[in-house]
Structures are given as C-alpha cells and as structure tokens.
Design a protein around this ligand. Structure first.
Ligand SMILES: *[C@@H]1O[C@H](CO)[C@@H](O)[C@H](O)[C@H]1NC(C)=O
Ligand SMILES: *[C@@H]1O[C@H](CO)[C@@H](O)[C@H](O)[C@H]1NC(C)=O
Ligand SMILES: *[C@@H]1O[C@H](CO)[C@@H](O)[C@H](O)[C@H]1NC(C)=O
Ligand SMILES: *[C@@H]1O[C@H](CO)[C@@H](O)[C@H](O)[C@H]1NC(C)=O
Ligand SMILES: *[C@@H]1O[C@H](CO)[C@@H](O)[C@H](O)[C@H]1NC(C)=O
Ligand SMILES: *[C@@H]1O[C@H](CO)[C@@H](O)[C@H](O)[C@H]1NC(C)=O
Ligand SMILES: *[C@@H]1O[C@H](CO)[C@@H](O)[C@H](O)[C@H]1NC(C)=O
Ligand SMILES: *[C@@H]1O[C@H](CO)[C@@H](O)[C@H](O)[C@H]1NC(C)=O
Length: 630
C-alpha cells in the first residue's frame, strides 16, 4: 500500500511543472521535496535550462548531480554565486579506497557548464610515491596528515602517502581523479580554514560552479512570459534553438532567471534634444536682433562645447579608473600623442604588428613610451575601450609590459605602453638565425621562458578579473637590456581585431600558435594561452620560426614538426644544434625536460595541459637543477 502517496507526489510534480510553464516563473523547476531548484538548474525537460540538468530523486526527495560515470547527492545550492556542493564519495569501510574509485573519482563532462571551484581543499589519500615529484604538497607537513590522524573513518589511510592541494586549477577544474597510478582515495572541504582543529571542520563537500545562464529555451511564445519574446538563438545559428529574449525595456537577470524592467538612472542618457527649440526661437526674433543673438549663441555654444568637452574628459577618466585600487590609468589627449610621436613621423615607427602600427614616443616629462594604434572592430564603443584599458592598466607584474593609458580622441584609439629597449623575442631569434647576434645561452633561454610563464600565470590566476592573453607569441614577448622578458599586448584581443595582412586566422590568435580546440568550440581559455606558450617554448628550444614555409610542407607548423620528430623518437633532434654543441649531460637532460614540458602544453585536449602556474613552477624546477649542479 505504498503506491498511492507516490502517485500523488508524482502528480503534484506534474501539475507544478505543467502550470509553471504558463506563469511568470516559466523557467523555474518545482521544488524537489523541500529543496528549491533555482534557475537554470533543470530537473525536467520542461523547466530550467536543459544544459544544467540535475536529478530529483522523488523517492527520497534528494537532488542528485550526475558526473560522467557516477551520481552524487547535492547538499547545498547558492544561486547568487552559481554554486552547489556535492557530497564526495565515502571510503569503503576499513580501507583507504573511495567508493567512486571504480569510476576514477569525480569526472565532470567538460562540455557542460559546470566546473570545480578553487574553494575546495582536496586531500588525496593512499598515493603512490610518484606524487612526491608533483606540485602537490605530499610531505609530512601536508594538511592531509592532520585530517587522517584525527578522523576515525580515515584510520586505514594512516601509514600511506597523502597529499593536499587547492582545486580549481585548470588541471582539476573538471576532475578529481583517483586511480592506481596516483591516489586511490580523496576527500574535499569547501572553504576550509586550516587553522581550525579537525573537529571544527565542515562536513566533506565538493563545490561546483555553473556558468551564468542564458535566457530560457522555448518552443513557442507560450513558453515565455509577457516580458520576453520567443526567438531564434542567433548566437548558435545552426542549433535551431529558440530562447525567450527580453523585450526592449527589460534586461535578462541570469540569477533570478527573469527579465527585469530597466529603470533610467542616468539623467544625461535620457535628456531630449533641444536643438529644434533654439531654431524655432531664432526664427521668431526680429532681423536686427538676429546678429546679436547669433553672437551670444555662438559664444554660448562655444562655452557649451568647452564645458561638454571638460565633462566628457572627466567622465572618461572616471570610466578609465573605475576599477578601483592600483595605479591610475592616464587619459592622453590627441595633442599629447601627436607631440610625443612627432606627428607619427616615419622615423618613430617601431614596427607594425597584428594590431596596428607602433611608434616610439617621448612625453613632455621625458618618459619614453611605445604608442600603439589599435585597429578596433567596429562594434567597440569608446566607453568599452576605456573600461577595458582601465582594467588592463591595473595589471602590474615585473614580467608584463605596463600599459600606462590611452587616447580616444584620434581616428583610432591609441594605447600607451612603457618602452622596452631590446625588442621582441621573435626578432632576437631571427637575428640569431642570420648570425647578427651571438648565441643565446641555454640558461638565458630558460630564464626568458620562466619570465614569460610567470607573467602569464599572473594574468591567469592573480589579475582581477583574470585575463587571458589570447595572442601569446614570440613577437609579443619583449626583452629589456638585461634580457628580462616582458609579455605585451595582454588582453588586447578583447579590444582589437587582428589585422588581416598579418598571418592570422580570421578570428583571434595567430596561425602557428592557435589552440586546436579553438576550432571545435570557438572559445579561448587560459589553456589556449598554455598551448601558444608551448609553441614559444619550441621556438626557444629549436631557434626556429613557429610558421616557416622553408620547412617541408607538412612541417611548416613548428608544433606539428616537433611532434612528428618525437613520434619518430628523435626528440633531441629538434633542439638547436648550437645549443647542444658542448652541452653537458645535465644540460642535455634539462633540454629534454623542456621539450617534454612543451609537448604537455601542446596536448590536444585542454584538460591534459598543465596550468600556466604549473608550467612556471616546472621551468623553475628545471632551472634549479641546473644551478644546483653548477
Ligand atoms: C523510486 O522507487 C521506485 C519503487 O521503489 C523505484 O522503482 C524507482 O527506481 C525509484 N526511483 C529512483 C529515482 O530511485
Ligand atoms: C591503497 O590502495 C591499494 C591499491 O588499490 C589497495 O590495495 C590498498 O588496500 C589501499 N590501502 C588501504 C590501507 O586501504
Ligand atoms: C566513464 O564513462 C564513459 C562513457 O560514459 C566510459 O567510456 C568510461 O570508460 C567510463 N570510465 C570509467 C572509469 O568508468
Ligand atoms: C557531455 O555533454 C555533452 C553536451 O551535453 C554531450 O553531448 C556528451 O554526450 C556528454 N559526454 C558524455 C561522455 O556523456
Ligand atoms: C613541505 O612542502 C611545502 C610546500 O610544498 C614546503 O613549503 C615545505 O617547506 C615542505 N616541508 C618540508 C619539511 O619538506
Ligand atoms: C600523525 O600521526 C603520525 C603517527 O602517529 C605522526 O607521526 C605524525 O606526526 C602525525 N602528523 C600530524 C600532522 O599530526
Ligand atoms: C569555472 O567556471 C566559472 C564560471 O563560468 C569561470 O569563471 C571559471 O573561470 C571556471 N574555472 C576554471 C578553472 O575553468
Ligand atoms: C551551440 O550549440 C552546441 C551544440 O548544441 C553547443 O555545444 C554550444 O555550446 C552552443 N554554443 C553556444 C554559444 O551556445
């Protein structure tokens, strides 16, 4: 006699889902038992967003999260920051093996809009000794020992090796892998304060974040409420999907999952044009007065223009520096720029890159700068340019070329950078090939690689918001007089479109450096920068060009060439012969290590590439081996 209540519950759920499609909250799923299911999470095809599917077990009224091979109970959901927490698998009793060991731990489908956040502290348990050479902390100070020593259920893990790390690095954003050749168990804690004693730690949990959702999918207008219209999703032309797009006067609120009414807060933005009024006035005034009136109007107009210009400058500076903290960005006038570059005179031209021409400039106070004329796509408004320059100006790291400010008065927006003496790495390598410069030593090359990796790692993990470079290449790596490397043009492709005369794809990035995964999903991520950096490493190792039509047709692409050589087991054959000449065994070994690291960066699948931070650490490790044995 168990059936009736279940049938009843099921019917209630059906009614709820059914009615909700016709009300304002068209897109929200009904609660699962007592648990609310916020948008975009979807427990049924008729509600939420199907990309964000989770399960509601109506028998137990629990929400479940599906991974590729397993299902985990959801213990908390916070829609305001798009996060949910799942309960990690427990240990099989009296062993140090997690029950999801057969599924290789937590494996998210990386095509879905969920990833593992950096708020998770992961304890890896029962690990092999190979883990000792990983970037994870596996020594006796590691927090996992504190956990194991003080947790009854983990008693079986006592004598085995364990490691601790913070998740959310790009290698762990979709998986917490357990396996024989690594660790056989794990657990996780969200926002763990490691100062606290273990008995005050939270319950184990693994926090997962979802991507801010788009408008709800619809089949017809019936699925949308009065504030939105069902229309084809142009962003995804071929998908044939339609979405409830907000009507004008409404804006999509991805957290509430509804269209909210705009309210006009900016009086300037709403003011009406008064010119017709003035025209009407002048027409009605007697002829003798006209001259005097005109004079006054001209004067007033002049004053208005000056005032408007001053206000505009003030507003622009506010936008430019709205991102708080840090160093202020400077708004240069067109006159400043023309004067500094001697009116863009030919002898000041430093070069023409993917984004336009670069001139050397000297400011009134004597500061030498590089002025870049950005070729912008026609969709970029001045405010957006200012806003983005404002963000990029805050970025401050010794391995990044400093963006000082910009000028938006001239035909093209101008970006003003600190001036770096020695030119680009690409030119440097070119002059080595033509014999104009003496050999760049192995330690020097390692240092250039390390400096660059540090700069990029900073952009990815320390800049707020994180910045993906999107066009890492040797011509964007500048060397100062001491051969310190500095990355330039970071984040610029957010602003600018690449120049077609330059060898570039019609989209973003430069041929020879472009992440192959980009062709699959048209998305550049931190791992795309890692890929491009892998190509730079190959350039440093081989002294060859990323794209060189002088190589055999199928070897034009440096990364393809090197990967072919490695498959033919001629790994060291790719290294610049001049570098190998007279090198010690240890030096040869470190060259080999760098080739292997480059190959890791060039992994076809993003998940398999290391993060920029791991790359920087690895290069540092290689450098340390060399210095320790000198
Ligand atoms: C709910 O219970 C029924 C009957 O016990 C069972 O057939 C069904 O698979 C259960 N559903 C889930 C999602 O566990
Ligand atoms: C650690 O993992 C190995 C390999 O799966 C397993 O045989 C062993 O029992 C585990 N150790 C403990 C204490 O459970
Ligand atoms: C996980 O599932 C996929 C297919 O869904 C399968 O190919 C793979 O072997 C499974 N992996 C494990 C470790 O069970
Ligand atoms: C991962 O998600 C995508 C998008 O929903 C789906 O097409 C694909 O089949 C999933 N992969 C696996 C192995 O389940
Ligand atoms: C343990 O590792 C951490 C970082 O991985 C390091 O800072 C610390 O010095 C190490 N301690 C010992 C005793 O090796
Ligand atoms: C954990 O216990 C072992 C064995 O009792 C001890 O050697 C070790 O110092 C303890 N570690 C911590 C971090 O408490
Ligand atoms: C995880 O997803 C969030 C939201 O889309 C995103 O901001 C974050 O960068 C992602 N993290 C990783 C490591 O991919
Ligand atoms: C376009 O559709 C495909 C398949 O339906 C999906 O994988 C992809 O994420 C969609 N892209 C956008 C921008 O929505």
């Amino acid at each position: 006699m168990k059936a009736p209540p279940q049938v009843l519950l099921y019917t209630v759920v059906l009614i709820l889902t059914h009615t909700t499609t016709y009300t304002l909250s068209a897109t929200h799923c009904p609660p699962c038992g007592t648990y609310q299911v916020p948008y975009p999470l979807s427990t049924a095809p008729s509600c939420g967003d199907p990309d964000y599917t989770i399960l509601c077990d109506t028998n137990t009224s629990t929400l479940l999260f599906n991974t590729l091979n397993n299902t985990y109970p959801i213990t908390a959901i916070t829609p305001s920051n798009q996060r949910l927490t799942i309960q990690p698998s427990p240990l099989l009793s009296n062993t140090c093996v997690t029950s999801d060991y057969i599924h290789q731990g937590v494996q998210l489908n990386s095509s879905l809009p969920f990833n593992i956040t950096s708020s998770n502290t992961i304890m890896y348990l029962n690990c092999t000794t190979e883990l000792l050479s990983s970037p994870l902390n596996c020594n006796s100070t590691s927090l996992c020992h504190v956990y194991v020593n003080n947790t009854v259920v983990a008693a079986a893990c006592g004598s085995s090796l364990c490691c601790t790390f913070r998740a959310g690095g790009s290698s762990t954003s979709y998986s917490i892998r357990v396996r024989d050749s690594g660790c056989r168990a794990y657990t996780s804690f969200v926002n763990l304060d490691d100062e606290n004693p273990v008995n005050q730690w939270p319950e184990p949990g693994l926090e997962i974040q979802w991507v801010v959702p788009r408008e709800p999918v619809c089949e017809s207008q019936v699925d949308c409420d009065g504030s939105s219209t069902c229309g084809p999703d142009d962003l995804n032309g071929s998908s044939g999907i339609s979405r409830c797009f907000c009507n004008s006067g409404f804006t999509w609120d991805p957290i509430e999952g509804i269209c909210v009414k705009d309210d006009c807060q900016n009086p300037d933005g709403c003011s009406t044009d008064r010119t017709p009024l003035i025209a009407g006035l002048t027409a009605s005034i007697g002829a003798t007065l006209i001259v005097a009136t005109l004079a006054i109007l001209v004067y007033k107009r002049h004053r208005l223009i000056v005032e408007a210009q001053e206000r505009l400058t003030r507003e622009r500076e506010e936008i430019l520096n709205a991102n708080g903290g840090g160093r202020a960005a400077k708004l240069f006038t067109g006159r400043d720029i023309k004067k500094a570059t001697n009116n863009f005179s030919k002898d000041r031209l430093l070069g023409a890159g993917g984004y336009g021409e670069v001139f050397k400039g000297i400011l009134d106070d004597g500061t030498v700068v590089a002025v870049k004329c950005a070729k912008l796509g026609n969709t970029k408004g001045t405010d957006q340019v200012l806003n983005e320059v404002g963000i990029l100006c805050q970025v401050n790291h010794r391995n990044l070329v400093r963006l000082l400010g910009c000028c938006v008065e001239l035909e093209q927006p101008m970006l003003v950078y600190e001036y770096i003496e020695n030119g680009a790495l690409s030119e440097y390598l070119q002059s080595l090939r033509t014999g104009k410069r003496a050999l760049l030593s192995w330690t020097c090359r390692l240092k250039i690689a390390h400096d660059t990796a540090e700069g990029l790692a900073y952009l990815h993990s320390s800049a707020v918001p994180p910045i993906y470079h999107r066009d890492v290449k040797s011509s964007n790596i500048l060397l100062d007089e001491k051969l310190n490397a500095k990355v330039s043009d970071f984040g610029l492709s957010r602003l600018a479109h690449t120049d077609l005369s330059h060898i570039s794809t019609c989209a973003q990035g430069t041929l020879g450096y472009l992440d192959p995964e980009y062709y699959r999903n048209y998305q550049l991520t931190d791992k795309s920068d890692v890929y491009s950096f892998g190509v730079v490493l190959l350039e440093l190792l081989t002294s060859q060009k990323a794209i060189d039509f002088n190589r055999a047709a199928d070897d034009v692409n440096l990364s393809v060439y090197v990967q072919r050589m490695v498959e033919e087991e001629k790994l060291m054959g790719v290294v610049d012969p001049l570098l190998k000449e007279g090198a010690s065994t240890l030096e040869l070994d470190t060259m080999k290590a760098l080739v292997l690291l480059a190959l890791g960066c060039l992994e076809e699948r993003r998940q398999n590439r290391p993060s920029m931070k791991e790359v920087a650490e690895e290069i540092q490790y290689i450098m340390a081996i060399l210095t320790a044995n000198r």
